[in-house]
Design a protein around this ligand. Structure first.
Ligand code: FE2
Length: 273
């Protein structure tokens, strides 16, 4: 993996050289650098503890680890693009429409070390709704390649490991209350309780679409609904071992969600874990 770390760091340094020290954007790429290492860590753990993955070839494992480490490589370039966007420069908290999966995909496609459909698919679509991913041309291309099965397994591995790394930061560093979504929330939205649309998706055992998230409790339920988007048994074990459902439910109870709602959500979550 040594040469991959060196290569990964090159992308980081390329962005860092264009950003101001100690700025919002520099902090954001530093965080993404650490996050990527954490995703690699969880990914390897799942990889070596999952029967359908651990008996795969060394080539598969090597490619899977590259996909894990590089999944957010687009975040570096995204930070530079955001830095150069006039309104964002004045107010870095403004949300934007850049697709870091696509940016990372374009970068790696032009690097012969990583131009591999098994990596490209995972990088481009690790953060998109899986139903949507399965309608894309790249998914179709992966299905027709000799690596159809590997592409699917690696995409699922990156998606699972990414969520575990994010949940670790949510629990240990209170990340949900430090991110842009929280900082941009109005007082009304902060206290609005759960939205009907978000509850409906959750109780239909579906991941929640980000566009329907309005309040902060919606945002917490959006994260809890990741339980419907976990692919490997080991990932669910990590989720349970770390008490992530308990942590999210406790946080939700602080934002105008009734005891009955907490109970219903809790019961449903545990039935599905
Ligand atoms: Fe990402």
């Amino acid at each position: 993996m040594r040469e991959n770390f060196i290569e990964f760091k090159k992308y980081y340094l390329e962005a860092a050289s264009q950003l101001v020290k100690d700025s919002f954007f520099m902090e954001s790429i530093n965080h993404k650098f650490r996050h990527s290492i954490c995703v690699l860590h969880y990914g390897k753990h799942i990889l070596y503890q999952t029967p359908e993955l651990k008996f795969q070839s060394d080539d598969f494992k090597n490619i899977a680890q590259k996909a894990l480490l590089f999944h957010d490589v687009g975040r570096f370039e995204e930070a530079v693009m955001r830095y150069h966007t006039p309104d964002l420069e004045k107010n870095p908290m403004i949300l934007n429409q850049y697709d870091h999966g696509l940016i990372g995909y374009e970068k790696l496609k032009h690097n012969p070390l990583y131009n591999d459909i098994r990596i490209l698919l995972a990088v481009r679509y690790h953060g998109k709704m899986i139903d949507q991913v399965k309608k894309t041309a790249l998914w179709e291309e992966a299905q027709k390649s000799p690596y159809a099965q590997d592409c699917e397994k690696i995409l699922y591995l990156v998606r699972d490991a990414d969520k575990m790394a994010l949940l670790k930061d949510i629990k240990e560093k209170d990340r949900l209350r430090k991110d842009i979504f929280f900082k941009l929330l109005s007082k009304e939205a902060l206290e609005a309780g759960l939205s009907q649309e978000v509850k409906e998706q959750f109780f239909a055992s579906r991941p929640v679409v980000s566009q329907s998230v309005i309040s902060f409790s919606d945002r917490i339920l959006f994260v809890l609904a990741w339980i419907f988007d976990l692919n490997y048994v080991k990932t669910k074990e990590i989720f349970k071992e770390n008490g992530y459902a308990e942590h999210l439910l406790k946080m939700m109870s602080e934002y105008n969600v009734s005891d009955k709602e907490i109970n219903d959500v809790s019961n449903f979550a545990y039935q599905n874990l």
